[in-house]
Design a protein around this ligand. Sequence first.
Ligand code: ATP
Ligand code: MN
Ligand code: MN
Length: 288
Amino acid sequence: MASFKVTHPERVVYAEGNITKQDVADYYAAVARWLLPELANRPLSVVRCPHGAEGQCFFQKHHADTLGAHVPAVKLTEKDGDPAEYIYVDSIEGVLELVQMNTLEFHPWGARVDDPDKPDRLIFDLDPAEGVEWKTVAAAARDIRDVLLGAGMESFVRTSGGKGLHVVAPFQRGPSWGEVKTFCESVADALVTKRPARYIAEASKAKREGLIFIDWLRNTRGATSVTGWSLRARAGAPVAMPVRWEEIGRLKTGGAFGLKRALKRARDLREDPWEGMAVSRQVLGELL
Ligand code: ATP
Ligand code: MN
Ligand code: MN
């Protein structure tokens, strides 16, 4: 793809590394092949940062024609029952038009635009408290993987680009959001029961000290999680990176991949670390 022209290409978005708006556009164009399978055709929130990654940023989920000709809208019903138009993308052109509008982060739903009431993936967002060692975070992700395997489900893991890891499992559409949320709650509860000195499944920040919060609450209609290969609007241009299970032990933090390392990875990768995710035929499991 020819270089996509943005306005103010020279504007510095990430001070560290002197990463410009054009660099951000070039990054997304370069990783399109790996980015799009997970991102395309899902209602989407974007994080826009007109003043750079460390300036004031905002989440946007509602569509506007000014976003660009390749950024389509999907009509959805809001929580209060009102109709609204949400953003989605189905092409790299759409992604780049959103970058032109100073988007840094991409946060899709766990459902697709053609049936937003029927999720097709679940997520556990692992949020370690300050001071929790990385090897404990990695072990938590493997614990989730093992419980899911016990329920007959294969799962995938990514760094968040922040402190933690996300464990994601695809499944055939069918169950409601409520059923998926209940399933995820029981996975989290099972792990808290097994290792109460390590895990917590309640959102309460006060009780979290020294523990890993297994955030299962992202599995509701309208909730999002950052997509694989998305940059984060944080210092150092970290990337949420899909990895193979064997890789997590070798990392040091959820921010282990930055823009430059991600670009090299995109070039060198032979196979998608999340190979099989998009074509999985597995069904939502049951905890015994
Ligand atoms: P970290 O590893 O630092 O926790 P994270 O992306 O997992 O990074 P969380 O705060 O745990 O960050 O949030 C999980 C997900 O919830 C995010 O990826 C995002 O999609 C969604 N989210 C978080 N905060 C908001 C918000 N204010 N508005 C909308 N969505 C949000
Ligand atoms: Mn969280
Ligand atoms: Mn998190």
